[in-house]
Design a protein around this ligand. Sequence first.
Ligand code: SAM
Length: 212
Amino acid sequence: MRLRNVKGSRDVIASNEYVIRDEQNMKGKWHELFGNDNPIHIEVGMGKGRFIMDMARLNPDINYVGIEKFSSVLVRAIEKQEIEKLPNLYFIRMEAEYIENVFEKGEVSYIYLNFSDPWPKDRHAKRRLTSVQFLERYEKILAKGGGVTFKTDNRQLFDFTVEQADEAGWNKESVTYDLHNSEYVEGNVMTEYEEKFSSMGNPIYRIVYSPK
Ligand code: SAM
């Protein structure tokens, strides 16, 4: 993602009602924030937030938390949420590596990873959001029966993801190499990157998987 320094984005994030700033104090208390016991779904690396906002609007009985590390991107999602004020959606600006400090064991019912950064150099493999290291973190916060959906147009990252799922011993519920021309397309909610890359003719790869 091309990043520009968006003027004032840090100030917006520092004071916005939809951004959780003391996220480590939220561990085990997310249901109190939402004021109900509905399941919590998160998107890690949500970018400008189109996907998670569409999901929150479509599924009012699910609570959503969007995680994004860059203020300059997160601020675009905040601008949209300021208009819509969806009651089942909050954001955190953080590095996802520390996700276990923010959610209690079993507190998250589902995780979405969309068009995650590829980190193409081998020495950076651990930073990929679908590496075994990240799967271990997700496993710690996922509720029983919970899982992960990952979409990308990057074949190398997708092949790596499938390998890592096997290495971690996760169940692969579905693996598709052309989501938009598959039986799984119905109900698919597009992300910003998905729209862009599929309109260029790139196939979209998707895996749905869960810890054993
Ligand atoms: N998910 C969006 C989509 O599909 O349109 C955005 C995709 S963009 C390529 C990846 C986003 O993930 C970027 O905004 C990046 O800052 C964020 N990101 C990557 N690694 C992250 C991490 N470790 N923690 C939090 N955010 C991360």
